[in-house]
Design a protein around this ligand. Structure first.
Ligand code: F3S
Length: 645
């Protein structure tokens, strides 16, 4: 039976497990990327592993998210990332060089390789034939240290593209159509693989627009074959040597099959407040638009912006509409500057922003109260623009540009001369990597710059054989990660400062907890059902670790938080008999003996309540790999040990 391309690449990189959908596999990671918002934590974690140089083929640190510097915190983070990258063998892309996914596609993407990135839109790399997956900073740190990446073997969905897009209809409309058909949950546990005669009509950046928004389907990743179009793109980037032809087997079998006729598509928009709330522009009608933002890792490539410039040339942006354009990379911005397209945009009244995420991550350009904002981005969740009352529509660059001129939602099909959209891909891109700083030859020559906002990562100790500690807090059911580690605008700049964040740990439950835990040095938490529900934030385990929490005994755990506790060497135990929860009081001293032996081989063991003179049974539900991780004191120590053996 023939295999999908994604299956073949995963199988080539398989470290453990079997390629059976739903079962756990681990894969070798060739390349990694980070962006600054998640990168500081990933590099603090990498440093904590004590490994001198990254073990990947190449790792790149991008600074593209928090590029506004209205306080010292972001600038401190930038200095830290640039210097830690230089020391440990990582390339660093300076602020202004562009958005991580676009620059990575242009300068580093390699067909057939695996890429792990600490950003959910890492699947953009699938446009060039990579298996590119978004993950947490800790996963990326582990991959940089040479550790495998664990995931559940996905199912494979084939989207067959037929025909060819009409002028005025673009790659964005293709992925909006896929979102309309599959919904934002339709890709969960799946890889979306594009095939069919329509594939060759799409350039690599257009394919990347489609794989980029595969993230909105909830998919593990999306992928296109690597073909003559890929070869031409790589050659135009001066990287023809990176080309390998890759495709699914002719008789490949898939779990699902969807057919899209490109010729039949029309311009579309995702309406507020979900990327799958898709209608055609015609169906939505001529609504008044206050703001148009063009850019982001979805739609800021050369051809995207050349078409925008062609539409704007000789026109004026509507007086009641603001138009911003953020080119996706310095390469593209420079080419637009040299060929005059940038002047056409500026002439028309566009506000040119730097090559960065900008408005997409809420760095400026929040719409006015009740405004309608039309954006070429990938997400329009409620409040993401920074203005809760705003309505955000997601569209193609062509639709956005025509809308900016008209002042109301409209598409490019109404242009009198559609031939202006006929933009050739360049034979040679303008290649100048002077804003990508290579790593130092010798790590010892580089001193890592740590401003006051960069604090060392909490220390992970191997699991002790005896734990005797006070129940520092007894909690009810449904404690969320927001209770454990509140995340608000005031705390956000301190993502690389665990000691500061720890002073806010569990304060929504008990304001005195951080001070009491610090004084005791070690402690145990007791909780009801579903402890740690909510987000996947790692800080909800890191802050307790910093405060000396050794174990959490709960009636039940939220799955991701339990994984985060294990990743950080904190024992997550459940009551064998939930009634025992009622017997324990805050302030009781609990004692666990023969801990290492129990964790190594037993599912159930007993805990003594020294204060009450009773004991009770707890359960540890963990695979052998997770038990080894707990014994080592968490995932970082586990990876460090593995890389040294
Ligand atoms: Fe940046 Fe927005 Fe993409 S924040 S990485 S442009 S989704």
């Amino acid at each position: 039976m023939g295999k999908p391309l994604a299956y073949k690449i995963l199988n080539d990189h398989l470290v453990s497990g079997e390629m059976i959908p739903g079962s756990e596999i681990s894969i070798r990671i060739d390349y990694t990327l980070t962006q600054d918002s998640t990168g500081t934590m990933a590099y603090l974690q990498f440093e904590a592993m004590g490994i001198d140089r990254v073990k990947t083929k190449r790792s790149v640190a991008y600074i593209d998210h928090n590029t506004l510097q209205s306080g010292f915190e972001n600038a401190d983070d930038h200095n830290y990332i640039m210097s830690v990258a230089k020391k440990h063998g990582i390339y660093a892309s300076r602020p202004g060089n562009g958005i991580c996914h676009q620059v990575n596609l242009e300068r580093f993407g390699v067909p057939g390789a695996t890429l792990l990135g600490s950003d959910s839109h890492t699947p953009t790399g699938g446009g060039i034939g990579m298996i590119a997956i978004g993950a947490g900073g800790l996963d990326v740190a582990v991959a940089m240290g040479g550790g495998a990446y664990y995931l559940n073997c996905p199912k494979f969905v084939n989207v067959e593209l037929k025909g060819q897009l009409r002028p005025g209809v673009s790659a964005k409309d293709v992925i909006l159509e896929v979102l309309r058909v599959m919904s934002v949950k339709g890709g969960v546990g799946k890889i979306i693989e594009y095939t069919g005669e329509g594939v060759k009509t799409l350039s690599v950046p257009e394919r990347a627009t489609i794989t980029n928004m595969g993230a909105e389907l909830g998919a593990t990743t999306s992928i296109f074959p690597s073909d003559e179009v890929t070869k031409e793109f790589l050659a135009a980037q001066g990287r023809e040597a990176d080309f390998t032809p890759l495709a699914a087997d002719a008789d490949a079998e898939y779990d699902e099959h969807i057919v899209i006729d490109l010729s039949a598509l029309t311009p579309m928009a995702a309406m507020p407040h979900s990327p799958d709330n898709v209608k055609t522009i015609e169906e939505i009608g001529k609504i008044k638009v206050d703001q148009v933002c063009i850019g982001s890792c979805t739609n800021a490539s050369y051809r995207d912006l050349m078409r925008v410039a062609a539409i704007l040339k000789g026109k004026t942006v509507n007086p009641h509409t603001s138009l911003t354009i953020s080119p996706g990379s310095k390469q593209v911005m420079n080419m637009l500057a040299k060929n005059g397209a940038l002047a056409d945009m500026i002439d028309a009244g566009a506000r040119i922003l730097e090559c960065a995420c900008g408005p997409c991550i809420g760095m400026g350009q929040s719409p006015a109260t009740d405004a309608v904002s039309v954006r070429t981005f990938n997400r329009n969740f409620f409040g993401r623009s920074g203005t809760k009352s705003a309505s955000v529509y997601l569209v193609s660059p062509e639709t956005a540009a025509v809308t900016a001129i008209n002042g109301y939602l409209s598409d490019a099909l109404e242009l009198p001369d559609l031939s202006i959209l006929d933009v050739e891909m360049p034979e040679k891109f303008d290649v100048n990597d002077n804003m990508i700083i290579p790593p130092a030859e010798c790590a010892a020559d580089v001193e890592v710059i740590r401003g006051p906002n960069i604090k060392p990562f909490p220390k992970h100790e191997p699991l002790a054989d005896e734990i005797e500690a006070e129940v520092m807090l007894k909690m009810e059911d449904n404690i969320t990660t927001d209770h454990i580690m509140p995340s608000n605008a005031k705390l956000l700049p301190y993502r690389s400062n665990i000691p500061y964040l720890a002073d806010h740990c569990l304060t929504p439950v008990d304001e005195t907890f951080p001070a009491r835990a610090k004084e005791a040095g070690k402690s145990i938490l007791v909780a009801g059902q579903n402890y740690g529900q909510g987000s996947s934030r790692e800080h909800a385990a890191l802050a307790p670790l910093y405060l000396g929490v050794k174990a959490v005994i709960a009636k039940s755990f939220a799955r991701i938080h339990m994984a985060n506790l294990i990743n950080n060497g904190i024992l997550p135990l459940t009551f064998a008999d939930e009634a025992d929860y009622d017997q324990i009081s805050q302030g009781d001293v609990l004692k666990l003996t023969c801990v290492r032996e129990n964790v190594e081989g037993k599912d159930r063991f007993r805990v003594k309540d020294e204060t009450k003179g009773i004991d009770f049974e707890v359960v540890l539900d963990a695979s052998p790999r997770l038990r080894d991780m707990l014994l080592a004191g968490g995932l970082l120590n586990y990876t460090k040990n593995a890389s040294q053996s």
